[in-house]
Design a protein around this ligand. Sequence first.
Ligand code: NAP
Length: 474
Amino acid sequence: MIKKQLFINGEWVEAKKHTPLLSPYTGEVIANVPDATMEEVEFAIEAAYQARNTMAEMPIHQRATILEKLANLLENRAEEAAILISKESAKPLKDAKGEVARTVQTYKFSAEEAKRINGETIPMDAAPGGEGRLAYTVNMPLGVIGAITPFNFPMNLVAHKVGPAIAAGNTVVLKPASQTPLSAYFLAELMEEAGLPPGGLNVITGSGSVVGGKLVTDDRVKKISFTGSPEVGICIRNKANLKPVTLELGSNAAVIIDKDVNIEKIIPRCVTGAFSSQGQVCISLQRIYVHKECYDTFVEKFVTATKNLKVGDPLNLQTDVSALIHRKEVDRALSWIEEAKQKGAKIAIGGTSEGSILHPTVLLEVEKSAKVSCQEVFAPIVLINKVESVEEAIDLVNDSRYGLQAGIYTENIHTAMYASKKLYVGGVLINDIPTFRVDHMPYGGVKESGIGREGVKYAMKDMTELKLVIFNNN
Ligand code: NAP
């Protein structure tokens, strides 16, 4: 049995308490994980605080070299990393491999972006009284970044915080989700090998409210970068006081299918968007609005493709859909399906479970007040509803607490332009599903989907503060 230790100030520290970590798929204990005490969290924050000047003063080329080395180390151990993700989160191995490849990219982008932290010169004499002055801006690291991450992309969403933070000259205290600590400790191991100075990265596992709560309220932590549920995000925002926060939260992402679209061609992509990682993706395709002229064809082909998905062991490379993160999530999802049925929805396929696995489920004619429509479902459930027009579909997409990304398939450029203007979300995808991200693009949402943007360059901007320097030559 693996017994993990905390990673503080460049050392592996024996924790006072441990908690067993269970496999979501088999229910077996796969590791014993530190459950940090307040004293241990204190120790980690202080280590990061003491290391802040070392990191801020480290030449940029050195920060970039450490991140490049980290990316190479991870690439060399990609298989092992993917298995770790798959074991702790039940993510199908093929998806876990994809996550590792993207994590490598995120650290590579961070290494490159470190070299582009540019300020600007300000033409002071554009204002009367500014004559004879030379002014420029510098992007200063903030110091300690508190990173709090979710279970669903345990390696790449950690990278989206750690990579930009280190690139910008900060230190980090990382609190990963309790269900997925192993990939975070794996990162610590690689960071140590890559040569990050002690205190640059500290990894602390334990209860969200204890560890996370302390990071949010401690004055030495200068910023919180959080990815997770809207409920916890709002709670963090309320506690953070003047501390800046980036919140990457949930959604009930949608795609619109216009008439005249080649249905056959888009089905595989729509099925992947709905069911990959068991629908536990913040931009998982949850709502599909199809023009009445192609609705029946779309439903028939979508259901046929869903039938072909392989359900089972996440470590089997053939598996498409495996266990949800906890057994109780299966019960929740089933109760939401039942509620939709009570409100008139029809089950086209699925709606049943087997242990911790919920079978991929397609619902039709779903009432918009049903939870599977208006809340974040975070399970392999998708609804397909018929619409009279793209305008009606846009209104339905926008009628949501969330606004992360939305997609539209259309052959009509005017419709595409119209949709790009009217959809109120952080990102509009024309001729694609909303379930798309590469790691350098700006990514984030409006409304209850969050505050701020990630994507390496954008995250770095929010992890620095601007200082203005003025030389008076008069
Ligand atoms: P979660 O329950 O909100 O947990 C996220 C993190 O917050 C975990 O590390 C958790 O620790 C911690 N936490 C819990 N309570 C806390 C508190 N009171 N103070 C500070 N931290 C606390 O989310 P999840 O279930 O892991 O992840 C799923 C959610 O993440 C979904 O809503 C999904 O849409 C969202 N998500 C958003 C994005 C995006 O980029 N927009 C990406 C991925 C996921 P414990 O695990 O110990 O409870």
